[in-house]
Write a protein that binds this ligand. Structure first.
Ligand SMILES: *Cc1c(COP(=O)(O)O)cnc(C)c1O
Length: 370
């Protein structure tokens, strides 16, 4: 067996090649490339999938988050609670509208924001809580919504990693007042380029997002607000329509692969496997283990031809970009420890049980030698 890359889109893309080619031809022959039928159809299909009233296709996940904050009128002087171990984009959206991120640590077990720590972080300036369904596992949405309602705060879900996951049977991306997702190619639902969406049950907010994504205009050349160009184009919408039809199968395949890993690694000393909360489902955007000598394990796996990645090596508060927030090493120990010990293993459609077992045997041999 040759090397096993961290991510290989080839088997998935090969399987839907014909459908994707048809989608391409349909758009090409229509000569209608922006804000048209494909986008409207994808939005309708995505509302069905995500069990929400409105879905608005946008340019990418960061822009989706930004637009959520923008239409809630969150800006300078406001605080937004975000998990300390999230991908930088969640935090970038907050600072791009001029608001201040307030970091709350995750639970060790789930890697998701710990609701028990949220209330302590609320101040008179807090406007919103942004739970991130990290690696594909749903956050504790009921507890988070209760806290938000009690303190009159908005909830904005960052659902970029969790298409297809749910908390108590209700999909992620349908709980918050307004929510964002990404269709970056490597995400569980990925375009052939950049894409994203905002989801909400609030018609007024949905209208505003539609305006802001398209120069602030409802009617061409009449601009109600100073908007942006943050549109999802027709080709990407058409490709996403094809992929959405397969998403349930692909999610189940990811869950099956995760189970193979669980079975092979559960009893291995020195390895912590993912824990899934009994009320949550996990769409396994990433399969993340934790281990003490993570860097050594990654290097040796690389030598053996197994690709892995670290999500994420530096938490947002220690990034150069956020030096101005004045936080230091030691301030958010859970996020820092996760950054030091976590390792994401290959998980993609087409990865075989044989390959998973091979990876696990290699991990076992390497860790045994430490
Ligand atoms: C990928 C990702 C984003 C950003 O999405 P883009 O489409 O790359 O802009 C935001 N939040 C999280 C948690 C992500 O994983």
């Amino acid at each position: 067996m040759g090397s096993i890359p961290f991510l290989n889109l080839d088997p998935m893309h090969r399987a839907i090649r014909k459908e994707m080619a048809e989608a391409y031809q349909r758009v090409y022959d229509s000569n209608w490339l922006v804000i048209g039928k494909e986008l409207a159809a994808f939005e309708a299909e995505y509302t069905q999938f995500n069990q929400v009233q409105h879905a608005i296709g946008v340019s990418n996940g960061l822009d989706a988050l930004f637009l959520c904050l923008k239409v809630l009128d969150i800006g300078p002087g406001d605080e937004v609670i975000v998990p300390s171990n999230t991908y930088i984009a969640s935090v970038l959206a907050v600072t791009h509208v001029g608001a201040t991120p307030v970091f709350v640590e995750p639970r060790w077990e789930t890697y998701n924001i710990n609701p028990e720590l949220i209330e302590k972080a609320i101040t008179s300036k807090t406007r919103a809580i942004m739970p991130v369904h990290l690696y594909g596992q749903a956050c504790e949405m009921e507890a988070i919504m209760d806290i938000a309602n009690k303190h009159d705060l908005y909830v904005i879900e960052d659902n970029a990693q969790a298409h297809g996951a749910s908390w108590k049977g209700r999909p992620t991306g349908s709980w918050g007042h307004i929510n964002a997702t990404s269709f970056y190619p490597g995400k569980n639902l990925g375009a052939l380029g950049d894409g994203g969406a905002v989801t909400t049950n609030d018609a007024e907010l949905a209208e505003k997002v539609k305006m802001y994504r398209n120069y602030g205009s409802k009617e061409k050349y009449y601009n109600d607000v100073p908007g942006y160009n943050m549109r999802l184009d027709e080709l990407q919408a058409a490709f996403l329509r094809v992929k959405l039809r397969h998403l349930l199968n692909w999610t189940q395949e990811r869950q099956k692969i995760a189970q193979w890993y669980d079975e092979a690694l559960a009893s291995k000393k020195g390895i912590t496997i993912p824990y899934v909360h009994p009320n949550a489902t996990h769409s396994y955007h990433l399969y993340v283990i934790r281990t003490e000598r993570r860097d050594d394990l990654q290097q040796q796996l690389k030598k053996e031809g197994v690709g892995t990645l670290i999500h994420y090596p530096v938490p947002p508060h220690l990034q150069k970009a956020y030096k101005y927030l004045g936080l230091q090493n030691g301030d958010l120990p859970v996020a820092e420890e996760i950054a030091h010990t976590s390792l994401s293993l290959p998980i993609w459609s087409g990865l075989t049980k044989k390959e998973v077992n091979l990876i696990c045997n290699k991990i076992y041999d390497i860790v045994k030698g430490f």
